[in-house]
Every structure is written in structure tokens, then in C-alpha cells.
Design a protein. Structure first.
Length: 46
């Protein structure tokens, strides 16, 4: 495997890993917002 192929492979794996990680973080944040919904403050009710 020459350096160009290795570099492109690392590029794809790195970017793919980053996107998968961001997607997982998005799922966790959405799940937490379902379990713990935001309550309005007392000042906003007045």
C-alpha cells in the first residue's frame, strides 16, 4: 500500500468516525431532552 492510498484511507476513516460520533451525540442529546423536558421559569409565567 503506497502513501497515497494509506492517506486517503485514513482520511475516509477519520471523517467517517467523526460523523458517526457526532450522530451518536445527537441521538443522546435528543434522548435526554425527551426524558428531561425544559420547564419554563416562574418569571416567564407572569
Amino acid at each position: 500500500m503506497n502513501n497515497t492510498v494509506f492517506g486517503l484511507t485514513m482520511l475516509v476513516v477519520g471523517m467517517g468516525g467523526t460523523l458517526v460520533t457526532l450522530f451518536i451525540i445527537t441521538l443522546v442529546i435528543n434522548a435526554l431532552s425527551l426524558f428531561f423536558p425544559v420547564r419554563p421559569d416562574e418569571e416567564e409565567k407572569k
